[in-house]
Design a protein around this ligand. Structure first.
Ligand code: UDX
Ligand code: ADP
Length: 457
């Protein structure tokens, strides 16, 4: 069997872990991951990988320099590859037409142009980044505008991995989705990509569709998941006004197998690079295709999410005698979820900025995300310190705002923390992570999400 050469353009949160697992499971493929960012590639080639993901280091250690290579030589990578995965970033546009909603496809377009420039034979090009529906069409036009007459096959293979569990999600996916053109060449290209995943994914979990269904499924999957979180969070507001407890409500509702128990945790809101971006993308597409009612329906999911973070800060203010000015607040957790150092769209950013506007003094601790937190708050004005040690963060604090569900926070010595804090000591648990009764008994005034507060007043 000849060794197939796979190239992945973009060494980020998607490309990095995905290619590591493909290399691990498919020793007969040679995989090269390229990126414009030299520092990132150097990090992939070092002992300090550029992203934190449980289990990733082990997989990379097994494959690196065996059949997994990291490089900045994009032209060479393109020339040699049989199959090219494109996983460059596609953020929401911040300027011009569609700003704040449409996807910014400049990185994708530059990649397509690089492929045209350096390829000297036709290839399979796989879209791995999250993209608006019908991006493949634009990609195809660029690729086929080459004077060399080369033929490319475009495949959509959206990634469904979640950060923090990426390696397990890649190794045991619920499904792998592969979309292609409904032509004989398109079907052959689909089979080539199916053959990669079939090395470890049971065939019945590999779904093949047309290109447009595959592109849309990625947006819809994320929109449905985000909608679930916003739905639960909207009900958490109602629970706080009544005697209902959101954990009891979601546990009982989730027992209906049609609803399902997963992804029903109330929180300060969803973050991450995908949910908001993908919904806004969906909203933009619906507007573009003349479906304003559909656009508005999905936009509400994002509005509810923004409301939840604002509501959390509002609750803090109301509890702390309507002012946090000059008060020290310990922020426990800044990452958008546990087990990642990623802070993109983290609700912690909005919460911290609002607290700073109220002139609070912030002491931020996160086990993996302090570097990114510093960058996110670079332009924010106010008194902010970053603490490697959670006990430093809480020293002299009037309140704790727990914003990420790190397991390590459960194991903190809250008696010691209580002693270190100003009194009355407030604890706002934005993830319903801790044992609230126990904290109350220590002396804290505890404010969970979607449950009655436990206070000593
Ligand atoms: C998501 C999708 O799950 C994944 O399939 C897709 O490929 C990328 O987007 P990710 O953003 O990494 O993955 O994390 P996810 O676990 O989905 O969580 C997203 C956000 O929702 C986090 O901020 C999380 O804290 C929040 N969340 C999740 C809740 O608030 N409650 C829940 O019940 C679940
Ligand atoms: P994601 O979460 O989608 O993986 P990231 O931002 O983590 O997004 O990673 C995308 C990567 O793509 C970045 O490392 C960026 O440098 C890289 N990239 C963007 N444009 C290009 C390009 N034209 N050629 C090569 N790499 C690119």
């Amino acid at each position: 069997m000849t060794t197939k050469k796979i190239l992945c353009i973009g060494a980020g949160y998607v490309g990095g872990p995905t290619m590591a697992v493909i290399a691990d499971r498919c020793p007969q493929y040679q995989i090269t991951v390229v990126d414009l960012n030299e520092k990132r590639i150097a990090a992939w080639n070092s002992d300090e990988l550029p992203i934190y993901e449980p289990g990733l280091e082990e997989v990379v250690a097994r494959c690196r320099n065996r059949n997994l290579f990291y490089s900045t030589d994009i032209p060479k990578g393109i020339r040699e590859a049989d199959i090219i995965f494109v996983s460059v970033n596609t953020p929401t546009k911040t300027f011009g037409c569609g700003a704040g909603r449409a996807a910014d496809l400049q990185y994708l377009e530059k990649t397509a142009r690089a492929i045209v420039e350096y390829a000297d034979e036709g290839k399979i090009v796989v879209e791995k980044s999250t993209l608006p529906v019908r991006t493949a069409q634009a990609m195809s036009r660029i690729l086929h505008s080459n004077p060399k007459g080369l033929k490319f096959q475009i495949i959509s293979n959206p990634e469904f991995l979640a950060e923090g569990t990426a390696i397990n999600d890649l190794e045991n996916p619920d499904r792998v989705l592969i979309g292609g053109m409904e032509t004989p060449e398109g079907q052959r290209a689909i089979e080539e990509v199916v053959a990669i995943y079939a090395n470890w994914v049971p065939r019945e979990r590999i779904i093949t569709t047309n290109l447009w269904s595959s592109e849309l499924t990625k947006l819809v999957s994320n929109a449905l998941l985000a909608q679930r979180v916003s739905s639960v969070n909207s009900i958490s507001a109602l629970c706080e006004k009544t005697e209902a407890n959101i954990n009891e409500v979601t546990a009982a509702a989730g027992r209906d197998s049609r609803i399902g128990a997963k992804f029903l945790k109330a929180s300060i809101g969803f973050g991450g690079s995908c949910f908001k971006k993908d919904i806004l993308n969906l909203v933009y597409l619906c507007g573009y295709y003349g479906l304003p009612e559909v656009a508005e329906y999905w936009e509400q999911v994002v509005r509810m999410n923004d409301y939840q973070a604002r509501r959390f800060v509002g609750n803090m203010l109301a509890a702390m005698f309507n002012t946090v000015a000059d008060k020290k607040i310990a922020i426990l957790g800044f990452a958008f979820k546990a087990n990642t150092g990623d802070t993109r769209e983290s609700p912690a950013i909005a919460v911290c900025c609002q607290l700073l506007e109220e002139h609070a003094r912030l002491r931020i601790h996160d086990p993996k995300a302090l570097g990114n937190a510093r960058l996110d708050l670079e332009d924010a004005e106010g008194d902010i310190s970053y603490c490697e040690d959670p006990y430093d963060a809480v020293k002299g604090a009037h309140a704790i705002a727990l914003l990420t569900e790190w397991d390590s926070f459960r194991k903190l010595d809250f008696r010691r923390i209580y002693d270190l804090m100003e009194k009355p000591a407030f604890l706002f648990d934005g993830r319903n992570l801790l044992d609230h009764r126990k904290l109350y008994e220590i002396g804290f005034n505890v404010y969970p999400i979607g449950q009655k507060a436990l206070t000593h007043f």
